[in-house]
Each structure stands twice: as C-alpha cells, then as structure tokens.
Design a binder for this molecule. Structure first.
Ligand code: ZN
Length: 191
C-alpha cells in the first residue's frame, strides 16, 4: 500500500490515520480519519447515594458522590469522546458550579457531548474502558454496562469493551473509598 505524504495528517494533538487504496479483493478502502481520546474520572463512595455505573444502577449499600449522579464511567467515556474530537472537557462544558447539573442523569451529559462531537464532524467508533473498583465486584455487571454504553452512543455492542479491575487492596481505591474509570475511545470523521 502506498501512503502519499500529502495525505498523512499526523499532529501532536491527534493521531490520525488515513488509508486510501484497494484491498486484495478489489473494493476500494474508503479514506478514513480516526482520532483517539482518553478520559479518567473518580468519585467517592458514600451512604445515601445510588450507585450508577455506565448508566446502570447497581444494587450496593453505597453510591458515588458528586454534583451529578456521580457516574464515573459515563464521565470518563464522555471526556474521552470530547477529547477525541478536540472539544473542551466535561468540566468546561458542564461545570459543577452550575445548578442546572445538580444530580443530573449523566446519560444526558453524554448525549449532549455526542451532539457536540457530531457537530464537530465525528462519530464514536469504539470504546474500551477499565472500571477500577474494589467493591462491589463488577464482573457480573460488565455486560450490562457495555450494553448500556453501546445504546447511549449508538455503537454496536461489539465496539464497547468493559473491564473491571480491583486495586489489589492498595490505596484509596483499594480500600473501596471510591470508584474510578479510565476510558479510551476512537472517533471517525464523518465529513
Ligand atoms: Zn465525574
């Protein structure tokens, strides 16, 4: 495959990949631009809060604190998508000092962010994330979380990967003081 220098679009801010040509079976490979984004979030666990991860309510005695519903998973995914599209982050777009976002369902924040990603000319392409939680054990919830995120982002479930890790008892996460999430996404240019 020939990679014309003029068609390369690699910057320090965004890793882009353009392919143009034909595969061995004949059909042309459409020129495509991908960008990568990363997001991270952490919230404290506390009493008298619902535990919501990836838009899925999980039965547990404690929930995540925060100005919104504390859904660290959706916040990390939202930030990753915004970053991939080169947009301001979730804190800039939805400041926690704004009463409009008090206890807001984070699914609404993600939907609003996807609208902005779309306006910027990109669509979500895939999401890979790790939930860092000592308690509760999330292995039985991974599929539901992935299905929820797929539905919220319009992605096929096969394009959303959810992994759950404990922190091996180390540090605040290991003492179940909170739950964190690291998410990586790609977006593809629409126009
Ligand atoms: Zn958050």
């Amino acid at each position: 495959m020939i990679w014309p220098t003029a068609e390369r679009n690699v910057t320090a801010a965004a890793l882009s990949c353009e392919r143009r040509g034909q595969n061995s079976n004949g059909p042309a490979i459409v020129a495509t631009t991908f960008r990568v984004g990363v997001g991270y979030d952490i919230h404290r666990l506390a009493e008298d809060r619902r535990l919501v991860l990836g838009g899925v309510q999980i039965d547990f005695p404690l929930g995540l604190t925060g100005h919104s519903d504390g859904d660290a998973v959706l916040h990390a995914v939202t930030d990753a998508l915004l970053g991939a599209a080169g947009l301001p982050d979730i804190g800039d777009l939805f400041p926690d000092t704004d009463p409009a976002y008090q206890d807001i369902d984070s699914r609404k924040l993600l939907a609003a962010a996807i609208d902005k990603v779309t306006e910027a000319g990109y669509s979500p392409n895939n999401i890979d994330l790790i939930v860092h939680a000592e308690q509760p054990r999330l292995s039985q919830h991974k599929r539901a979380i992935a299905a929820s995120i797929a539905a919220l982002t319009g992605l096929d479930p096969s394009a959303v990967s959810v992994k759950a890790k404990t922190n091996e008892g180390l540090g605040p996460l290991g003492h179940a003081d909170g739950i964190a999430c690291t998410a990586i996404t790609t977006v593809v240019r629409d126009h």
